[in-house]
Structures are given as structure tokens and as C-alpha cells.
Design a protein around this ligand. Structure first.
Ligand SMILES: C[S@@+](CC[C@H](N)C(=O)[O-])C[C@H]1O[C@@H](n2cnc3c(N)ncnc32)[C@H](O)[C@@H]1O
Length: 354
């Protein structure tokens, strides 16, 4: 372990103590309890510098390597409707050191590697097609975290960056004005925070449990620079959080600290691939909290239909309902992960019906 790994592990332990002594409703459910332990092991074994080979595969970076994978099939269905040879021309480095929550090593060679490169390349073309904000021409996958390097005309691309750009654009297309205060619940290593912080002068607040909270803090500090970070601490400092900024910055909190924010403080609250992995009571609590803290928009991207065996909870798209004055203003099947929905609610909007 490097001294960097040591200090991330110490930060994780400090945050764990804080979460353990906080309200019970915010503590990890059964599904995440196992995964947390495994993710901490990954940091100890492979180092924080390799987080995009290890923990990120438990967040959103899917190892799509099989022809029968639903994401692979829907990517090719998209390609048939939008023919381009671009995804086949990208270059990918040889990959090693991959792991997931299952302890078996993941091999990515030969056909598996080719399929992963094609899938990631198609996800990128979907992002290009949706990208009214022009981010695909301006951003590339940061080398921090040792990603699987795929190059499109020399630019480093990835499925994580493609998905984040798609999520950003979906919300931006409906937003009356660019959101200046954003809350994200359960941000993984911070892939979407990176895009928001580079896209606009936003104050982006991450609410998460450790180890992800410490991992995203380390990652975004390395990628954006310490001057654009408000580190994790005991109390939210509203004076500093309310200061206007020229470049996007990111602040870090435990989930229970969201309660300390005034109602309607954020322009946008969002959460991706999180709620079905929690007990139902916790998921309902979070939806209520996110709705209370947003004055404008609430964006959820989650499984359309999924059973969480560890917490014995079954979720469908209809599991997340928001009472008036919230109204659903946009809804679709996710263009890359077609087993997920995208739903955007607007406070006080006429809406597209629930
Ligand atoms: C599957 S990952 C998704 C990460 C990220 N949204 C993404 O799409 O890359 C689930 C996230 O939910 C967080 N999470 C799990 N249990 C939580 C809880 N009880 N409270 C807050 N966040 C939680 C995890 O720490 C992790 O960041």
C-alpha cells in the first residue's frame, strides 16, 4: 500500500465511524454491506490509483464482454438505426488487473476485449448524438484511476464518460436554466460530478457513504485540483457553499448531512443506480429528502424492474412517485442501459403525466 492508499483508508475509517454513530436510516443496507467490505479490500489490494480497474466496476462501469449481454444487444440495435463504422475504428490497450465484487479475475482478451471496445465505442456515439452541450468534443476520460484506455481519433473515451454526458444532456434539455446547485446521492467515484464541474460553474454536492465518499473525494481532488474541492467535514459551511464560482467545484457529505440543508436549496437533485440497492424504507426516505431539498428538478436513473434479494425489496419504475407539486416532465428508457429508466420531475410543472 502507498501512503496515498493509507490516507484514503484512514479517511474511509473516519467516515465509517461517523456513519455508524449517525441515524440508522442512512446506514448501508444488506446489499451494500458486503460490497463495501469487498470495495475496501480492492483499495487495499490494488491501490486507489487503480480504482477504474476495480471499484468502478461495482459502481457503473459494466464489463460488457458477451454477445448475449442486453447492453451489447441494444447497443448494436442502436447502431443499426444509426449506421457508422466509428466504434470499430477505435483503439484499445491490452487490459489487466480487472476485478469485480465476485472474486474471480475478469479476463479481457481476444473476443471479449473486442466486444468491450465496440460496446464502449457505440455508447460514445450515442453520447455524441445526444450531446447538445458539446461535451464529447471537449472532455476526455481522465487518466487518474487507470481506466481501460480506448482512443477515438486520439481522444480517450469510456462508457462511464459517455453515460455521464448522456445523463447531463437529458437533464439540461429540460432545465429552464443551467443548474447552479446540484446534489447527487450515491455518486460512486464521481464520474457525473466530473462532467458537471467541467461543464458549468456549479456547486456540486455529493452525499454518499464510505468507501465511495472517500474514493470520490480522492478522485475529484486529483482530477479537478484541490482549489475546486470543499472537503468532507463535520458541518456544511453555507457561507462558502453559497459563494458564486467561476469554475465548477465539488463538496462532500454523508447522506444524513443533507437534512442540514435548507429545503429547496438545490436546483437539481439526482441519483443514478442507487435506490433499488437499498431497503425499501430507506429508498422511500431518500426520494422524499431529495424532493424536499430541490427547488426545481429531480432526476432518477434506476432499474426499470429489479429484485434486491439481500434487502428483500422489489422495485419497478412506478416505485418512485412524487406527490404534487412535483410533475413528471420527461421519461424514457435509457438509451445505453435499456434496463434502466430516466425520469425527470419538475416542481410545479404541468408535466407529461406520471
Ligand atoms: C451502483 S453505485 C452507483 C454509483 C454512481 N451513481 C454511478 O452511477 O456511477 C451505488 C452508489 O450508492 C451508494 N450507496 C449505497 N448505499 C447507500 C446509502 N445507504 N446511502 C447513500 N448512498 C448509498 C454507494 O456508496 C454508491 O456510491
Amino acid at each position: 500500500m502507498t501512503s496515498e492508499d493509507d490516507s484514503v483508508i484512514r479517511e474511509i475509517e473516519r467516515m465509517q465511524r461517523d456513519v455508524a454513530s449517525g441515524p440508522e436510516i442512512y446506514r448501508p443496507g444488506e446489499f451494500w454491506t458486503d460490497l463495501l467490505a469487498r470495495n475496501i479490500e480492492m483499495i487495499r489490494d490494488s491501490g486507489i490509483a487503480n480504482l477504474k480497474r476495480t471499484v468502478s466496476n461495482n459502481y457503473y462501469n459494466w464489463l460488457v464482454t458477451k454477445q448475449k449481454d442486453p447492453q451489447f444487444r441494444s447497443a448494436f440495435a442502436w447502431l443499426l438505426r444509426h449506421p457508422t463504422s466509428r466504434p470499430f475504428l477505435n483503439e484499445m490497450e491490452a487490459v489487466s488487473g480487472l476485478s469485480t465484487q465476485r472474486r474471480d479475475a475478469v479476463s479481457m482478451s481476444g473476443n471479449a476485449a473486442r466486444r468491450y471496445r465496440w460496446f464502449s465505442g457505440i455508447a460514445w456515439e450515442i453520447a455524441v448524438a445526444e450531446d447538445r452541450a458539446g461535451l464529447t468534443g471537449r472532455l476526455q476520460e481522465p487518466e487518474v484511476g487507470n481506466p481501460i484506455r480506448i482512443r477515438r481519433q486520439g481522444r480517450l473515451i469510456s462508457q462511464d464518460l459517455a453515460n455521464s454526458i448522456i445523463e447531463y444532456n437529458f437533464v439540461a434539455a429540460q432545465a429552464p436554466a443551467p443548474p447552479r446547485r446540484v446534489a447527487e446521492l450515491g455518486a460512486g467515484y464521481g464520474r457525473l460530478a466530473f462532467v458537471h464541474a467541467e461543464a458549468a460553474p456549479v456547486t456540486y454536492c455529493i452525499f454518499d457513504i464510505p468507501p465511495a465518499l472517500a474514493i470520490s473525494e480522492w478522485y475529484l481532488t486529483a482530477v479537478l485540483g484541490a482549489d475546486r474541492i470543499i472537503p468532507y467535514g463535520e458541518e456544511p459551511d453555507f457561507e462558502s457553499l453559497s459563494r458564486p464560482v467561476e469554475r465548477g467545484r465539488v463538496a462532500f457529505f454523508r447522506p444524513d448531512q443533507m437534512e442540514r440543508f435548507p429545503d429547496r436549496w438545490f436546483d437539481l437533485c439526482q441519483s443514478i443506480s442507487t435506490l433499488p440497492e437499498m431497503p425499501r424504507r430507506q429508498s422511500d426516505h431518500y426520494v422524499e429528502l431529495l424532493a424536499a431539498k430541490s427547488r426545481g428538478l429531480l432526476f432518477l436513473k434506476q432499474w426499470r424492474d429489479w429484485h434486491n434479494p439481500a434487502d428483500d425489496a422489489h422495485y419497478t419504475e412506478e416505485s418512485y412517485s412524487l406527490p404534487a407539486p412535483w410533475a413528471l416532465s420527461a421519461r424514457r428508457v435509457d438509451p445505453v442501459q435499456t434496463q434502466f429508466f430516466n425520469r425527470l420531475w419538475e416542481r410545479g410543472a404541468g408535466g407529461a403525466g406520471a
